[in-house]
Design a protein around this ligand. Sequence first.
Ligand SMILES: NC(=O)c1ccc[n+]([C@@H]2O[C@H](COP(=O)([O-])OP(=O)(O)OC[C@H]3O[C@@H](n4cnc5c(N)ncnc54)[C@H](OP(=O)(O)O)[C@@H]3O)[C@@H](O)[C@H]2O)c1
Length: 273
Amino acid sequence: MDEKDTGFKKINNLFSLENKVSIVTGAYGHLGSSISKGLAAFGSKVILIGRKEEKLKEFVQNTPTLMKKRFEYYTCDVTKKDDFQKVVENVFEKHGKIDVLVNNAYGKQNEKFSELTKNQWNQALEHTLTHYFTCTQLVSPIMLKAKSGSIINIASIYGFLGTDHRIFLDLRNNPPVHYAVSKGGVLQLTKYLATLWADKGVKVNAISPGYFPKKKPNIPERPDYIEEIIRRTPMKRIGKPEDLMGSVIYLASDSSSFVTGQNLIVDGGWSVW
Ligand SMILES: NC(=O)c1ccc[n+]([C@@H]2O[C@H](COP(=O)([O-])OP(=O)(O)OC[C@H]3O[C@@H](n4cnc5c(N)ncnc54)[C@H](OP(=O)(O)O)[C@@H]3O)[C@@H](O)[C@H]2O)c1
């Protein structure tokens, strides 16, 4: 193979995740499923994290055979730092490295601002923001030692935009105040760590999804809610979970080798006007 061929092969492999080991929290959720499948499709071994073993099992069982062998899972509540530490130790013992961490899990709590107690506020931050910090703190020493790694924090457009309460009609599914505050925190955590580790080989970036509504068991189907989102979205549709795959693969792979501290907004243009 001459020098030109090698160069071409290198460019051709820019998005490859072969031989990488990735951890995804909230891995079988609405967006986590797509994130996990996207990473596996590009060659990564993907360590799936969630609180329910049967859902982890079901997720793996329902993926194509070729992809199945790229998945491993651990039942873990990411708000419990000691439990996640055990996961990190196990993964490192088995694979000798961790290349990618996708902080994605979140536990929804929907209290009204006027009724929100201090305890609920603290608990909500634990479930939406604090584990991004603790999981990163546990995985980063491995990446820093290897002088290589990519941390991808799933944020939200409501981490940097004011929440548009008009969209949510009377469905009571408005993102609560602690959600906006947590996601704003996720974006600042991203920037802080990006500059801290920029010259140490570890990239830290965020992805902010726009509207990716999913059917919720206790909330009736409301076509007018979806229509309103579509009406206001420049691309005239809601997000499909697979719309997130490309940005995750990009940030996990060498194709983003000079990109850190960024917030990649995947919202069909919602935040542009
Ligand atoms: N969907 C959207 O429109 C949208 C828009 C903007 C941003 N986002 C962000 O995208 C991310 C994923 O959201 P989603 O819509 O996919 O939500 P989802 O379907 O509810 O998925 C969240 C996942 O996190 C897991 N989880 C929750 N708490 C956990 C914990 N303590 N430990 C381990 N796993 C935990 C849940 O599983 P268990 O409860 O079974 O453990 C679930 O699988 C979130 O960070 C969210 O803020 C979503």
